[in-house]
Write a protein that binds this ligand. Structure first.
Ligand code: UDP
Length: 377
């Protein structure tokens, strides 16, 4: 029999933040994690080449939320890192998000000002007021040629769906720039934690009131857990309810098969991430971790990402059908007493890391209005 004031299923962002907040509020917290490590999909480690790599894909922190930035700075020193991505299109490497350089490289134009870039986009894009799906969203931004070259097939590889089968929000994640800005994000704060994310999570969870147990599947010990005030569940929502609303149509998730390779050379590619939006290869992108934080080592580690339906769920698949199934679970979840569903998998939402931090902090505040943990050490 296990008990604690607060039981948390999953040691990713949502779980760790809630654990930390409740521990500070004087509660005994038990975190139950199925994997053999903390930090959820942010987990990173030093590999055989001495390079800090992320087990579940590159995680680039960016936020405009002061509150989140302040929070994460309590647990790690962060160094500025403005992420950039190149896309391999027709054999040349061009910036993504699309900017002036991208258009000049792919169309042989000589655009040199924002006004000219705006004119080019106005001539090429297929403007719609409210894009109904991912295809309309991308056509609205960049027009059919760039859509075909940079978005259509990448999306098919990433989701096993064409953009028209996905919500507009998926393609709307990527902006279009009318200048030379080649940063992937434009948020005020863009940084990586010194020493990596796993260290950050170790520090968040480092509190005498927190007990973390690894390698335990909550569903195998569910009956043994009792006497808690609140339980926070951060796993897939359909799993919690034994997939009862998924008998006809499953709630879909995408997973990634990471294929890692050591290459005996100083650098394999000129940038940390190179996307392959074409059909000539099956993978979506190649990550070379050594670039992050300018790490030194004789060899280099590169990871090709193949997105798949099989394996651990990483991405919810945002479209109307999945939303409909999710809502059945959500309505049921609202009726479960003292259990709260938090995070990307339990809320079935494509949250960025900073949103996950914010949601967990906000949830704590909303549930514990009278508790002031700012005074607690
Ligand atoms: N996308 C694309 N081509 C690219 C990069 C992204 O078509 O080169 C589309 C694709 O549908 C992807 C979405 O834009 O799923 C959002 O991209 P993002 O980089 O935000 O995805 P993540 O890093 O979360 O995998």
């Amino acid at each position: 029999m296990r008990s604690a004031d607060i039981v948390i299923i999953g040691a990713g962002i949502s779980g760790a933040v809630l654990a930390e907040q409740y521990a500070k509020a004087g509660k005994k917290v038990l975190v139950i994690e199925k994997r053999n490590h903390i930090a959820g999909n942010c987990y990173d480690y030093t590999d055989e080449n001495g390079i800090l790599v992320s087990k579940y894909g590159a995680h680039l922190f960016h936020t405009n939320e002061e509150q989140v930035w302040e929070y994460v700075n309590k647990f790690a020193d962060w160094y500025p890192w403005e992420h950039k991505v190149l896309a391999n299109v027709d054999g040349s490497l061009v910036p993504i998000p699309v900017n002036i350089t991208t258009v000049n490289a792919l169309f042989g134009t000589a655009i040199s000002s924002e006004a000219e870039m705006k004119d080019w986009l106005d001539e090429n894009r297929q403007a719609v007021d409210a894009p109904a799906d991912g295809r309309e969203a991308a056509l609205n931004k960049v027009g059919p040629v760039l859509y075909e070259k940079m978005f259509r097939h990448y999306t098919k590889k990433q989701w096993d769906k064409y953009p028209e089968e996905l919500d507009a929000s998926v393609l709307d994640r990527i902006p279009v720039r009318t200048n030379y800005d080649d940063r992937y994000f434009s948020d005020t704060y863009q940084a990586l934690p010194k020493g990596g994310y796993t260290k950050l999570f170790e520090r968040i969870l480092d509190h005498p009131n927190i007990e973390v147990v690894l390698n335990i599947d909550f569903f195998e010990i569910r009956e043994q857990i009792e006497g808690y005030e609140k339980l926070f569940y951060t796993g897939p929502i359909d799993r919690f309810f034994d997939f009862k609303h998924s008998l006809e149509d499953k709630l879909e998730y995408r997973s990634i098969n990471f294929v890692s390779e050591t290459v005996d050379t100083e650098f394999f590619q000129e940038n940390s991430v190179v996307n392959y939006p074409g059909q000539e290869v099956d993978f979506t992108r190649i990550i070379e971790y050594k670039h992050f934080g300018s790490q030194q080592s004789e060899k280099t580690t590169v990871v090709r990402e193949y997105t798949t339906d099989e394996g651990e769920p990483y991405y919810p698949v945002p479209n109307p059908k999945n939303q409909e199934i999710y809502e059945k679970y959500r309505d049921e979840a609202a009726l479960v007493l003292d259990v709260y569903f938090v995070g990307r998998l339990a809320n079935y939402k494509y949250f960025n890391m900073d949103q996950a931090f914010k949601n967990a902090l906000d949830l704590f505040k909303a549930l514990e209005k009278d508790v002031d943990i700012t005074l607690t050490p």
